[in-house]
Write a protein that binds this ligand. Structure first.
Ligand code: HEC
Length: 132
């Protein structure tokens, strides 16, 4: 790589430096974004409030049958919406909470549930994983 003939075809050192710089900036941006998204969900006051409460799985089951069973099935086996069996092994609690309250994946609506209700619902969703 030191002889002039072998470097002729390769990008000039200046250009390589620029590419390396851009790749580094892109990588750092990705890491910062991922870290920001993860910590912002974990620090969200609603998520924090929900996770600080003890969920009542039985009341959660009632909420589930009223609000969710129409799409996810009475036992979370899946209908219009995907099966929720083992959902808490696939998704973290903040991710599940996000899924329920954000409305980011239509046709699933955005739910407004008070933190205690959300904690109850989470307890019920956890029971789908225990059964496996
Ligand atoms: C109108 C139908 C509908 C209703 C009502 C509904 N969902 Fe959903 N849900 C969906 C659909 C469709 C998806 C898949 C969205 C996607 O990722 O594209 C989904 C995805 C999910 C997921 C993510 C599953 C995974 O494996 O990624 C969870 C968790 C979930 N729903 C929980 C609930 C809960 C809890 C309720 C009740 C509070 C509820 N859903 C009510 C349709 C519905």
């Amino acid at each position: 790589m030191t002889s002039p003939s072998s470097t002729a075809a390769a990008p000039s050192p200046k250009r390589r430096g620029l590419i390396a710089g851009l790749v580094t900036v892109a990588a750092i941006t990705c890491i910062v974004l991922v870290a920001w998204v993860m910590t912002s969900t974990n620090r969200d006051p609603y998520v924090v409030a929900t996770r600080s409460l003890d969920g009542d799985a039985q009341h959660g089951g009632l909420l589930f049958r009223i609000n969710c069973a129409g799409c996810h099935g009475i036992a979370g086996q899946g209908l219009v919406g995907p099966s929720l069996q083992g959902v808490s092994t696939r998704l973290s609690d903040p991710q599940i909470i996000q899924q329920v309250v954000s409305g980011q994946t239509p046709p699933m609506p955005r739910f407004e549930i008070e933190p205690q209700g959300m904690a109850d619902l989470l307890a019920h969703l956890h029971s789908f994983s225990d059964a496996e």
